[in-house]
Write a protein that binds this ligand. Structure first.
Ligand SMILES: [Fe+2]
Length: 340
């Protein structure tokens, strides 16, 4: 039973049939606790929602300016936070199920049940929507904390190794731009950004002298430097990221023709994220200043990926990288990343 002192629930009924609207009013008058408003079309609903608030929408699917399940999409776009109960005249279970799949909280069939059924359905719909919003907000908070942690880890490495300061961040910017150019989803791009921000994490185990020494390293020292891909992957292996971050890190120096390290994997074994990281990493490294040499410039970086397209580097990635650099130039490294 509802709290008798609770404020009335503001229900917006979007219904073009006056008879159906009268019936809902009569049924809900029996139960009490509702403040009803009406809109006869989607356009009316839009105007009404500009100046008024509702707690829930009872939505007819057949309106003069909107029909079928698309009505749900239109209403969700109009009021993304409002719970929606579909009010359908088609005594058809399938429409209700499809409506719920489309993002509605529940459905009612016209002429079936009394005011108490409408009232109960509407109350549950409000509760369900509240829980859904809370769940999304908490997932969002967790994601932010995760990215902040990853950034902190990334900075830790850069404090120890100032020569590559900014390298991981710049690689992340370019990698995300390439992935976006290739049409990847925001979720996959978030994973790519995460992997890129810590792709050289394993360098924490490499003496800083090896990383900054001008001239050629001995085979032994080079072997230690090369171990950073596997070491970095091991460090994050136990973290349950929603993306294959450890694999991205392990494979970022692999090359399609098997000439990379640590495993000498070939094309089909290298995950797409690592193929992008490989290109972004090498382009950033060649175009930027290093302790053991001055910056070689963007032209040299583009020549490297062009000359080894389809042998070392994935052709689709190379093409996307060239497109991005052509349109944005070096500004791509400074572009603001995903805001998650
Ligand atoms: Fe690396």
């Amino acid at each position: 039973m509802r709290d008798p002192n609770a404020p009335p629930i503001r229900l917006l009924l979007v219904e073009d049939n006056p008879g159906d609207a009268r019936l809902v009013r009569a049924l809900l008058a029996e139960t009490g606790g509702f403040e009803l408003s009406y809109a006869e079309t989607m356009a009316d609903a839009k105007t009404w929602l500009i100046d008024n608030d509702a707690d829930v929408v009872l939505l007819d699917l057949s309106l003069p300016d909107s029909h079928g399940l698309e009505t749900i999409d239109a209403m969700r776009k109009l009021a993304p936070l409002l719970p929606i109960v579909v009010f359908t005249g088609l005594a058809d279970e399938d429409v209700g199920v499809a409506a719920v799949k489309r993002g509605c909280q529940d459905y009612l069939v016209k002429g079936v049940g009394d005011g108490h059924l409408i009232s109960r359905t509407v109350l549950y719909a409000i509760e369900r929507k509240t829980l859904e919003i809370e769940r999304l907000q908490s997932a969002d908070r967790m994601k932010k904390v995760l990215l902040q942690t990853v950034r902190a880890v990334s900075l830790t490495l850069e404090i120890r190794d100032p020569y590559t300061a900014g390298h991981q961040r710049r690689v992340a910017q370019l990698a995300v731009a390439i992935g976006r150019q290739m049409g990847w989803s925001e979720h996959t791009l978030e994973g790519l950004q995460t992997g890129a921000l810590i792709h050289d994490l394993g360098k924490i185990s490499v003496p800083s002298d090896f990383l900054s020494r001008p001239g050629k390293l001995s085979d032994a020292a080079f072997g230690v430097v090369r171990s950073h891909a596997a070491v970095g992957a091991e460090i994050v292996d136990g973290i349950d990221f929603p993306w294959p971050v450890a694999t991205m890190i392990r494979q970022h120096h692999e090359r399609l023709d098997g000439s990379g390290y640590p495993l000498g994997l070939t094309a089909e074994s290298i995950i797409p994220e690592a193929r992008i990281l490989a290109v972004a990493d090498v382009v950033e490294a060649i175009s930027s200043h290093r302790p053991y040499r001055p910056a070689l410039g963007m032209d040299a970086a583009l020549a490297e990926i062009h000359d080894h397209c389809a042998t070392r580097y994935d052709p689709e990635v190379v093409q996307a990288c060239e497109t991005v650099i052509r349109s944005q130039g070096e500004a791509v490294f400074g572009e603001v990343g995903l805001g998650f």
